[in-house]
Design a protein around this ligand. Structure first.
Ligand SMILES: Cc1cc2nc3c(=O)[nH]c(=O)nc-3n(C[C@H](O)[C@H](O)[C@H](O)COP(=O)(O)O)c2cc1C
Length: 205
């Protein structure tokens, strides 16, 4: 039987199963319960994901990436999904190195098929230990990735979720995220918008 509903993929770019893991899964749980979408989850935690070395194998061969590691599995999940949640902790005012590596490694997919990610919908969740620790510049980086790859970035609208979900963990892991009511409300508002836009693009789902 063919696919009927929307599939949403959540990716955590944290090397831990703490605040980012919690926030991305809270978004997926909400999407599943509220909007009845299918969900998939991938965390970089304990995964081997090498840096892009700019060897240009992907450009020359158009057969994907020369590196054989956990990105192979993630590339398949990315291609299957209609909508993505990129979730990252804020490191030095930006997305984590792990998240940046995931994004860089997507070059191989687009080198094989320039339309591979076209019209998939994307949102960001960025979690900082400080209330204003760089969540917005990090969200902007995720938005730029979506634009560069012909995806459709969405935020949650003004009054709370402007560029995506900015979450404040107070460096307290899942407990900190749970206490950030505004952050969780923002996550939900952006998920609502992702689902609405994805359904516009896939009216029969
Ligand atoms: C290397 C490193 C750099 C960090 N830089 C920032 C920062 O610039 N701004 C901020 O608000 N928090 C910063 N933090 C704190 C984390 O963003 C915060 O604890 C986050 O909730 C961790 O996510 P996790 O629990 O999913 O690993 C940093 C943490 C680490 C390990």
């Amino acid at each position: 039987m063919g696919k009927t509903g929307i599939t949403m993929l959540g990716i955590s770019g944290s090397p831990r199963l703490k605040s980012t893991h919690y926030a991305v899964n809270a978004a997926l749980d909400y999407a599943r319960d509220r909007h009845k979408v299918e969900t998939e989850y991938f965390s970089v935690q304990r995964k081997t994901i090498g840096f892009c070395t700019h060897c240009d194998y992907c450009i020359r061969k158009k057969q994907g990436c020369i590196l054989d590691d956990a990105m192979g599995e993630l590339h398949e999940m990315m291609l299957r999904a209609d909508a993505w949640i990129l979730g990252s902790p804020v490191y030095q005012g930006q997305v984590s190195g792990q998240m940046k590596t995931v994004l860089d490694r997507c070059r191989a997919v687009v080198a094989r098929d320039p339309q591979a990610f076209r019209n998939k919908v994307g949102m960001g969740i960025c979690i900082g230990g400080d209330r204003s620790g760089g969540q917005e510049p990090s969200l902007q980086s995720l938005i730029d990735f979506y634009l560069i790859n012909q995806m459709i970035p969405v935020g949650g609208g003004s009054f709370g979720a402007n560029l995506g979900a900015a979450v404040w963990s107070r460096d307290k892991g899942a407990e900190g995220v749970m206490a950030d009511e505004e952050g969780i409300a923002a996550v939900r508002r952006v998920v609502d918008r992702v689902v609405a836009v994805t359904r516009l693009l896939h009216p029969s789902s």
